[in-house]
Each structure stands twice: as C-alpha cells, then as structure tokens.
Design a protein around this ligand. Structure first.
Ligand code: UDP
Length: 490
C-alpha cells in the first residue's frame, strides 16, 4: 500500500473523533434482551492453533474471554480475518460464543505488519455481516492496534462504545530497535487515537498503564484487568502422571520454555544460561512454527546455538503442543523460564504457575506483576544469561524451596488470574458502558416521575458506574419490564 493511502486511512480516523467519549449506541438491543458483544481480533483467530507464528497470547485471551463471558450468560461474537479458503465462516465454540471469519484481503496468512491496508475491507465486511444477520452489537472490544483502527471506524459510524486491549505497544516494542518497520509510525498514530477516543482501555498490567501514559497519551480512560486463564485446566495433572505420559524419569530435572520462537522471547539467553549450569538437566523447548514463517528461522537459529554450545543431547524441541496437552508439559517442568526481553503480559508465566511450577522470568513488563519474586518464583534482569543461570541453579539445588514456590504460585494464580474472575471484571466494565443506553430507551418510552428521571440521569452522568450502581439499575430495568414499578400517570 502506498504511503499516501496509508495516511488517508489514518486521517479518516483522526477526523472521525467522536464529540463525546461515552456516546450512545444508536442500534442496541431492546431493553431486557441480552446485549451482544463483539470481540474483534483481526489477526488473532481465537480458534487458531496456538504456539506458531502469529498465534499466541492474543488468540488465547480473546477465546478465553469470549468463552468465559458466554458462561456468564452473555452473547459474544468474536470477529477475525479469514486466513484460508477452506475455513468456515462461523464456528460455534460454546452456546453464546461464536468465531466469525470475515473476508478482508486474500484468504491466506498475512503478517500483522502487512495487514493495515485490508482494514477498510474488514470494516465493510463487519457492517455487511451486521446488516445481513440483523444483529445489533451493544459494544465492541478490540484487540491490538489493527483491530483498534477497525473499532474507531465502527465507533465513528455507528457510535458504538469501544473497549480496547493493546496486547503490545509499538512505542515499547520498537524503543530500542534501530530500523523499525515502516508501519511503526502509523501504528503509533493509531495507538494514540485509540487511547484517546475509545471509551475504555483495558490494560493487562500496571506496567502497561505506565507505558501508555508516558509514551502514548495522558488522555483517555484506562482500567487494569489482567489476563485470565482456565486455572483448573492447567492444574489438572499431577507431576507423576505427567512424567509417565511423556516418558520422563521421576528424578530428571526439567527446565521448560513454552512459547513462540521470536527473538524478543529471549530463548537465546536461556540456552546460554543452560550451557553454564553445573546441574544435570533436560531443556524442553515447547512451541513451533511454520516452515515458511519468520519464527521458523528463529527456531533454526536456536537449534544451531544449542548444537554449538554442546546442549543437543539434553535439549528437546517438542514442536507446537496443543492447549489440551500443555498442562502435562507445564507440570512436568521443575522450573518454567520466561526469558523475554519485552513482555506485555506473558500468559505462559501464569499457565505454568497454575500447574504448580515455579517461574523464573525476566524482570520486564507484565511479568513483574505476575511473578512474585521470592514467593512464586524469581525475577532476573533480561538478556543476562549469568543471572539467569544463578537463579535456575538456586532452585534446582533446593527442592524444598522449589516445592514451596510451586505451591504458592498455584494459589496466587487461582486467586488472581482465573478466567471467571477476570471475565466478571470485564463484564462489569461492558455493563457500565452499555447500561445507560438501555436506561435511556426506557426513559424515552416510559413516563417517569421527574424526581426519578432526574436521579437516574444523575447516575448515568458518572461515566463508569460502580458494580452496586449497575446492580441497582439492573433491578430497576427488571422492575420496569415486570410492571412492578408504578408509572406516573399523565
Ligand atoms: N502455546 C501453545 N502451544 C505451544 C506454545 C505456546 O498453546 O506449543 C500458547 C501458550 O499456552 C500461551 C500462548 O501460546 O497461551 C503464548 O502466550 P504469551 O502471552 O506467553 O506470548 P505471546 O505469544 O502472546 O507473545
């Protein structure tokens, strides 16, 4: 796409800034019917195979959130871009939760750096889907800057409330990169517009809030809600059973890495650290990529390094492991290492802890808030193989400490990062942004006493209602529809 066209895309977004951040949707569901929420994840198909190029934490976040919201009784449609001709348009993952694949650009894998030019097509496809099916979405929750752009377009056309999750911030990702890709400047512009114009941004960690405020904008509303995982799923296997399944001896010491092969994941630092360890161990590198993808080159680079450092005999490249089988791998590990140089949140750390495996992670981004140093694992400086080796050795040589970190890790994740708890917070935010629409409709269609109307309008002025206020208003809606409330006669 030429630069002029790219700039026009951004311009159209700048000109479309809504007057008020908390505008009312025009076409919501009738009062008392279940609102439908649209999760938009242009490049992260929630039903994709996870762990290969282009499919990681974002796909899991969207899918788990959609499923958990549906479990709470919401209706959720998760929109993504069709990547293969043979992919179905609509996949029902669970009652109330569907993935919908829209045609935007060629039906093939396109790396996220090249997707921007297809976004207008995605917007049109989304609008067509809405018109064709007669669905009226109450709110859109966009993921990553590409979907953020789509969301701003939809918001400006339909005045839909928009919630946005960044997943990664360009200004942080490219902070120390000498030659960032051409798209980085446009991304910065879209990320700023999204923060300032979306109704709410969900940050998955306090570190992200700091980054957004320092590097992107002082304007716009942010709420911290972490990523959630199915803690029961990851904690479902005992280490004994897991090792039997994988054919690993009970007394082996297993160092585990799970994730994509991407230079920023710091696998190189981990391999270098392992090469200096005095302990006997096996290194399991879990994750895989397509042969034609950029991640594959990184995997090959790591393989070469493993050979050069004499670690071939103790290193296992498992390839991509399904989410169903991952708990077996996590539980098998004595330690899970997350050696990233930059990590907006880092699902792998909480998945490992949910399995009762202590985590040694780089002291960066979201990891600083998910791993409790000296309680659920250890935090070490990024890019520092020496410090990492010392940390790994300190746990491998002390099984009691390892066990106590593992137990604490499991309790910590269950109390903070379970999908149900996280989804409850997200639902509350959605309700606070959409409830006023339903109430306004009621106010317009029913004749209230002036006092009651004034009180309700006052409540609605608070931009994000507290949970007790939401509950009170919900009760009020029920009362209206059940005819319990007595209307003032004209
Ligand atoms: N993952 C997987 N199979 C693999 C490797 C990774 O399902 O073989 C999943 C892992 O469980 C996690 C996600 O990929 O949910 C990676 O998320 P994270 O936030 O750690 O990193 P990202 O890929 O988003 O940078």
């Amino acid at each position: 796409m030429n630069t002029l066209a790219s700039l026009n895309l951004v311009k159209s977004l700048e000109n479309s800034a809504p007057e008020a951040p908390n505008s009312q949707p025009q076409n919501s569901q009738p009062p008392n019917s279940q609102p439908i929420y649209a999760l938009i994840s242009v490049h992260g198909d929630p039903t994709a195979e996870i762990g290969k190029e282009g499919a990681g934490g974002q796909n899991v976040y969207v899918r788990e959130l959609g499923l958990a919201l549906a479990k709470r009784g919401c209706q959720v449609d998760m929109f993504t871009r069709r990547e293969h001709l043979n992919q179905e348009e609509i996949v029902e993952l669970a009652p109330g939760c569907r993935t919908i694949r829209l045609n935007a650009g060629p039906a093939e894998f396109i790396s996220r750096n090249n997707l921007f030019e297809y976004l207008p097509e995605f917007v049109e496809a989304w609008l067509n889907f809405q018109n064709r099916t007669g669905h009226s979405y109450a709110l859109i929750h966009t993921n990553y800057w590409l979907s953020g752009w789509v969301g701003l377009e939809l918001k400006s056309r339909l005045e839909l409330p928009q919630v946005h999750t960044y997943h990664s911030i360009g200004a942080v990702k490219y902070r120390n990169v000498e030659n960032p890709p051409q798209i980085a400047a446009i991304r910065d512009c879209v990320e700023k517009a999204t923060l300032e114009q979306a109704d709410y941004v969900i940050s998955t960690s306090p570190q992200e809030v700091e980054d957004l405020r320092q590097l992107i904008s002082q304007h716009g509303r942010i709420k911290v809600i972490p990523c959630g995982i199915d803690t029961e799923h990851f904690g479902s296997v005992s280490q004994e059973v897991a090792r039997q399944q994988l054919g690993i001896a009970p007394d082996s010491q297993i160092i585990l890495y799970v994730g994509r092969f991407d230079p920023r994941k710091g696998v190189e630092t981990l391999v270098k650290a392992c090469a200096t360890l005095p302990d006997s161990f096996q290194l399991y590198l879990v994750g895989g990529s397509r042969e034609d993808g950029a991640d594959f080159q990184e995997q090959q680079r790591i393989q070469t390094l493993v050979n050069e450092l004499g670690l071939k005999a103790v290193t296992v490249f498992t390839g991509r492991i399904s989410q169903a089988l991952l708990p077996t791998y996590y539980t098998t590990g004595d330690i899970c290492v997350v050696p990233s140089y930059y990590e907006p949140f880092g699902l792998v750390a909480i998945e490992a802890m949910a399995a009762g495996t202590p985590v040694i992670a780089s002291n960066v981004g979201g990891l600083q808030h998910t791993v409790v140093h000296g309680e659920t694992g250890l935090l070490v400086p990024p890019c520092d193989s020496k410090a990492l080796a010392i940390a790994i050795h300190s746990l491998l040589k002390n099984p009691t400490l390892k066990q106590s970190y593992g137990n604490a890790a499991q309790n910590w994740v269950q109390s903070r990062f379970s999908t149900q708890g996280v989804a409850a917070q997200v639902q509350e935010l959605y309700q606070s942004l959409t409830l006023d629409t339903f109430i306004q409709e009621i106010i317009q269609t029913k004749k209230l006493t002036p006092d009651l109307e004034k009180q309700i309008q006052n409540l609605l002025k608070s931009k994000a209602l507290k949970s007790n206020e939401i509950k009170a208003l919900e009760k009020l809606i029920d009362s209206f529809s059940n005819g319990i409330v007595q209307w003032a006669s004209s």
